[in-house]
Write a protein that binds this ligand. Structure first.
Ligand SMILES: *Cc1c(COP(=O)(O)O)cnc(C)c1O
Length: 427
């Protein structure tokens, strides 16, 4: 599970002509370049639709999943504001869904933020109970970005259909990673992003069901592009890249999934075989294998990250980033404060190699052992002293860590500069 992914070189290849020579405005139908761009945008739309079992007319290009989530959550509620005043969502949604809900609350709507079970999954019976006659939307993400758990979409879709409430899912982390079928899963609206599936940043798509038709109030006023759902010139190169990324994902999803499973197991076994007192955050059974989220007891989180970062940066094989906020997702799972503070999220992607996984194991094990050797907490725990009886342990540490394992694609940059250079020479 990644904060982002590198662009697949094949995606960039598909995009480049639309920056360099085929630069028509897709909305200008009066000249050749306009026609060409228009056709390319429609081809991309069909590719995105095909990956999720949708009709191309149900796909609307946006700037990304953040925008989709805003249009879906605020747009549906505002459109049906006279009849529907209530939203059901979960405590572990992406910030942009939660913030959109908070915004709606300020406008007088009511929101139920469902808790999740300790394994990170929503309790579907509880979800069904939370739906009221005036509920206008149920929004539950497909794959969680921190812990990789896959929510029971089909069951949620069935409940929503029975109750006549549109089901929205934020599938930014699910697209191209797990099979999605909007009809089988009863999805009414869905948010997608290109840069989570080796496509470019700055483009995404909203799926909006036609039958029965779901309507939204647009966020953007303007020229009426994307059937008025999202005004603004459609960025042809980005959209073409998104389409290419979807086409590749459709072909390689099974392979990528199997490969990620093998590497995830290797990573887990490698770490677990050498250090104890580890907790896996989130269900392992209902999980996308490109994610592993572990907490290491008796280790101070920031030091652990520093140790991993140092080598990750120097080896150039992985990138790391840290957030100073405590994880609300882990807290929603009921993960204890001290364990939430020593959590590390490992992301395994299409370009992650066995060597990178082995390096991550080596570094993590080394660092955890080193920190535990220096830790009075660990010594006390091993001596049988109950740490929970002591106060103040770990309360001042609040860092979450993300390690993304993915080959830094220097070749992509190289490819790009070459093509730009040769095209400039040619013109
Ligand atoms: C990345 C992500 C988003 C935001 O997507 P953008 O395209 O960057 O706006 C939303 N939801 C989830 C689950 C994500 O992982």
């Amino acid at each position: 599970m990644q904060a982002t992914t590198p662009v697949d070189p094949r995606v960039l290849d598909a995009m480049l002509p639309f920056y360099l020579s085929r630069y028509g405005n897709p909305h200008s139908r009066t000249h050749l370049y306009g026609w060409e761009s228009d056709a390319a945008v429609e081809e991309a739309r069909a590719r995105v639709a095909s990956l999720v079992g949708a009709d191309p007319r149900e796909i609307f290009f946006t700037s990304g999943a953040t925008e989709c989530n805003n249009i879906a959550v605020k747009g549906v509620m505002r459109f049906y504001r006279d009849r529907r005043r209530h939203v059901v969502t979960t405590q572990t949604e992406h910030k942009c869904v939660l913030d959109s809900c908070r915004y709606l609350q300020q406008e007088g709507f009511e929101v139920t933020y469902l808790p999740v079970r300790p394994d990170g999954l929503v309790d579907v019976a509880q979800l069904a109970d939370a739906i009221r006659p005036d509920t206008g939307l149920v929004s539950v993400m497909a794959v969680n970005n921190e812990i990789g758990v896959v929510q029971p979409l089909e069951e949620i879709g069935r409940i929503c259909k029975e109750k006549g409430v549109p089901f929205h899912t934020d599938a930014a982390q699910a697209l191209g990673k797990i099979p999605i079928d909007v009809n089988q899963m009863g999805i009414g609206l869905m948010s997608l992003s290109a840069h989570k599936i080796y496509g470019p940043k700055g483009v995404g798509a909203l799926y909006l069901r036609r039958r029965p038709r779901i309507r939204v109030e647009p966020q953007m006023s303007g020229g009426g592009q994307e059937r008025g759902i999202r005004s603004g010139t459609v960025p042809t190169p980005l959209v073409v890249g998104f389409g290419a990324a979807c086409e590749i994902a459709a072909k390689e999803m099974d392979y990528d999934h199997r490969r990620a499973s093998v590497l995830q197991q290797r990573l887990l076994d490698g770490i677990r075989g050498q250090v104890d007192d580890i907790v896996i955050n989130g269900s392992m059974e209902h999980r996308y294998p490109g994610n592993l989220n572990l907490s290491f007891a008796y280790v101070e989180g920031e030091s652990l990250l520093m140790g991993l970062k140092e080598v990750a940066v120097s080896s150039g094989s992985a990138c790391t980033s840290a957030s100073l906020e405590p994880s609300y997702v882990l807290r929603a799972l009921g993960v204890e404060e001290d364990m939430a503070h020593t959590s590390i999220r490992f992301g395994i992607g299409r370009f992650t190699t066995e060597e990178e996984v082995d390096r991550a194991i080596e570094l993590t094990v080394h660092q955890v052992k080193k920190l535990r050797d220096m830790s009075p907490l660990y010594e006390m725990a091993k001596a049988g002293i109950d740490l929970k009886s002591l106060s103040g342990v770990g309360e001042d540490i609040s860092v979450n860590h993300v390690i993304v394992l993915s080959r830094q694609s220097a070749s992509i940059v190289h490819l790009f500069t070459c093509q730009v250079a040769s095209s400039q020479a040619g013109n």
